[in-house]
Design a protein around this ligand. Structure first.
Ligand SMILES: [Zn+2]
Ligand SMILES: [Zn+2]
Length: 145
């Protein structure tokens, strides 16, 4: 057993606690995450939704198609996204974790949209599109299985 993983927004109005280890840690280079975060690349820590407990009333949601992103309504920090095609999973912004250095990404997603001047010379697997297969049968390389 490990201690719970905690995190929150910049102002502290949103806090959360994950009771288990993440099942997924990855970078995302997609344009949607870029807009939502303001950063050239995002990183996410994936947990099972029911293993993450939020406290406070400041959490706001923004729905865009199947993806709902959450953020702090007071300080604006991005917190997480959920995708209705990936029921029971929540992907928390790596930077919202209290100990971000603990969560080492294991791959890159959506490198087709990676900014040309962004160089990340690691040997991690790179997926042209999503790194998490959606149940519509789309694989990570964008082809249909
Ligand atoms: Zn806040
Ligand atoms: Zn993305």
């Amino acid at each position: 057993m490990t201690a719970a993983h905690t995190g929150g927004c910049r102002c502290g109005a949103v806090r959360f606690e994950a009771s288990a280890e993440p099942h997924h840690v990855s970078y995302c280079h997609c344009g949607d995450c870029r807009r939502a975060s303001g950063a050239p690349v995002s990183a996410f820590v994936g947990f099972i939704t029911e293993q993450v407990a939020f406290t406070g009333k400041a959490l706001k949601m923004f729905e865009n198609g199947p993806v709902t992103r959450s953020f702090c309504g007071i300080c604006g920090s991005p917190i997480a996204y959920v995708d209705e095609r990936l029921a029971d999973h929540i992907y928390i912004m790596l930077g919202a974790m209290d100990m971000p250095a603990y969560f080492k990404p294991t791959h890159h997603a959506h490198v087709r949209e990676q900014l040309p001047f962004l160089h990340m010379p690691d040997a991690l697997p790179r997926h042209l599109k999503t790194s998490v297969p959606r149940p519509d049968g789309q694989r990570s390389d964008g082809t249909r299985s």
